[in-house]
Design a protein around this ligand. Structure first.
Ligand SMILES: NC(=O)c1ccc[n+]([C@@H]2O[C@H](COP(=O)([O-])OP(=O)(O)OC[C@H]3O[C@@H](n4cnc5c(N)ncnc54)[C@H](O)[C@@H]3O)[C@@H](O)[C@H]2O)c1
Ligand SMILES: O=P(O)(O)OC[C@@H](O)[C@@H](O)[C@H](O)[C@H](O)CO
Length: 504
């Protein structure tokens, strides 16, 4: 079937039975769903991952009282609010297989969506209500307000300062502001606390959420902080599914192939994994293991494996790939030079820092990652992977560098990755075209990248990002060599020489 987009059926409760002839739709009665989870930061990933697992449970007749209410905190989330309101919070997930086949499915696990900048009072009422048993988060790395150097709560964070100064009746602006105010109300009312479940790509995401939220609460009220520390559970999790930004092509493809008009479908790769720490509060959790979630006592080794291989691996592709003129992750991954470099980083530098995991074949995992990155259908952009590097490189790649240096190991791959970031941050590509550097520390990053013309180590001399790495000759030597080559011969040739010298 191929339809013009205008002939497609608008997604919504009224059209579900008609759409059922074309693609799987929820088999459960959505009228029976009951709110149980408030999710803050409903982007592509939550909808392709956590909500998809819950939908799978609901399709088995389970977890009907664990439906999600989405919450958008940022002004830009108004677009998601509008899209979800127009289609009864239903949306389509399209799994894209590397052979070009696609598996669409309508997901119905979200029952409501609240846009906090306009509906903040309702958000607080909901979070404070006993029906909210889990508050889950995908608010990006930046949403945890961690100071890059101290690793503690950033006391100068503007949003947090604003929430601390909020007068009676004023609504919070940050996720932490909402969570802590809601917990304060629950404590005052004698309502058991919800569990806070972080699903962001942060090492020890539950522990980080716990430390930061408790520290923020302490600035407000030390007794409340003590209560949170004692009563609230913060399970950590390793979450994995490559979910690119939805494009108009994705919307049109859905309309043309399946006749579904969806304002905001989500597309993703077939692979999905969720390893979750079994550390929930008195209000319980859905039986996620029934749909393939690995519920374990300690997720640390799984998280390290994923963040240091997959996410740092993405960084190894991103800047070099963008400088070499590629647009998509799969284009760079399909280039044999990039593949060798990626595998080299994973095998020689990241993997020696990882613990053995029973039942996990690291070599197979690495090769599977290369295959996943090379899926040509997913069309994940290098621009998505190049964004917010200040949050990503220090959290995923630099821990590998530090551990390798401490163990007397080589860090030449990682040095080239950081050199490529510093070259990318100069803001002009190899053809002289401007690069749009997306980073919440953009001004500082650009300034240091440009200062390298005078001081070749200027980029590394940002202690907030790199600590004392500029004083570590075993890192700076390959870094400077990589920078010189990137300028003299460009990314592709640098990579060719690097890969050659590494295997020589
Ligand atoms: N996309 C993926 O492949 C993927 C895979 C695994 C994990 N994740 C995790 O999920 C996060 C979100 O990814 P996504 O693809 O859904 O992104 P997205 O851009 O589609 O959505 C991000 C959501 O987070 C909100 N947000 C951003 N900064 C915030 C802040 N400071 N406070 C509160 N809300 C904030 C946005 O408003 C939006 O609702 C990632 O940062 C990562 O930690 C993503
Ligand atoms: O989403 P971020 O910013 O944490 O990281 C960018 C990508 O590396 C990431 O989204 C991966 O695609 C994802 O972690 C795969 O599970």
């Amino acid at each position: 079937m191929s339809l013009p987009a205008s002939a497609a059926t608008a997604l919504g409760l009224d059209s579900l039975s008609r759409l059922a002839d074309r693609l799987p739709v929820p088999s459960y009665d959505r009228g029976r769903l009951r709110h149980g989870i408030a999710h803050l930061g409903v982007g592509g990933f939550h909808r392709a991952h956590q909500a998809m697992y819950l939908d799978a449970l609901m399709n088995r007749g389970e977890a009907l009282d664990w439906a999600v209410t989405g919450v958008g905190l940022m002004p830009g989330d108004v677009a998601m609010a509008d899209a979800m309101a127009a289609q009864d919070n239903l949306y389509t997930v399209v799994v894209k297989h590397p052979d070009g086949s696609r598996e669409p499915r309508v997901v119905g696990a979200m029952v409501d969506y609240l846009f906090a900048p306009e509906q903040g009072a309702r958000v607080l009422d909901l979070l404070a209500d006993a029906s909210t048993r889990i508050v889950s988060l995908t608010v990006t790395e930046g949403g945890y307000h961690v100071h890059q150097v101290t690793g503690e709560l950033d006391p100068d964070d503007i949003g947090l300062q604003r929430d601390l100064r909020a007068g009676p009746g004023e609504l919070p602006v940050t996720a932490f502001g909402y969570v802590v105010e809601a917990l304060a109300r629950r404590r005052a009312a004698g309502t058991a606390p919800f569990t806070v479940m972080s699903c962001d790509n942060i090492q020890g995401n539950g522990h980080v959420a716990s430390r930061m939220i408790t520290a923020f609460a302490r600035l407000r009220d030390p007794d409340l902080a003590d209560w949170i520390a004692a009563e609230v559970r913060f399970p950590s999790s390793m979450v994995d599914r490559i979910t690119p930004v939805t494009t108009d092509d994705d919307r049109e493809d859905l309309a043309a192939r399946w006749g579904v008009s969806d304002a905001w479908p989500v597309v993703c790769e077939p692979f999905t994994q969720w390893v979750l720490e079994d550390d929930f509060g008195p209000l319980g959790r859905p039986v996620l293991e029934d749909v393939g979630v690995q519920v374990v006592p300690d997720v640390t080794p799984y998280e390290l494996m994923k963040l240091r291989l997959l996410n740092a691996g993405h960084q190894a592709l991103a800047y070099l790939g963008a400088l070499a003129g590629y647009t998509y992750a799969h284009e760079a991954s399909a280039d044999p030079l990039f593949e060798r470099f990626l595998l080299g980083y994973m095998e020689q530098e990241a993997s020696p820092t990882l613990a053995e995991l029973p039942g996990v074949d690291l070599d197979a995992y690495r090769h599977q990652l290369v295959e996943r990155f090379a899926n040509p259908e997913v069309r994940d952009t290098l621009a998505r992977l190049c964004a917010e590097s200040s949050d990503r490189i220090p959290k995923w790649l630099l821990p590998v560098v530090r551990e390798r240096l401490a163990a007397g190991g080589e860090v030449r791959h990682a040095a080239l990755v950081v050199a490529a970031w510093s070259r990318y941050a100069e803001g002009v590509d190899e053809q002289g075209r401007p690069i749009d550097v997306v980073d919440r520390r953009r001004e500082a990053v650009l300034a240091r990248a440009q200062a390298q013309a005078q001081d070749p180590l200027a980029f590394l001399r940002d202690p907030d990002l790199f600590g004392a790495l500029a004083d570590e000759a075993r890192f700076t030597e390959p870094y400077l060599e990589a920078r010189r080559l990137l300028h003299e011969v460009g990314a592709q040739e640098t990579l060719r020489r690097w890969v050659g010298s590494l295997s020589a």
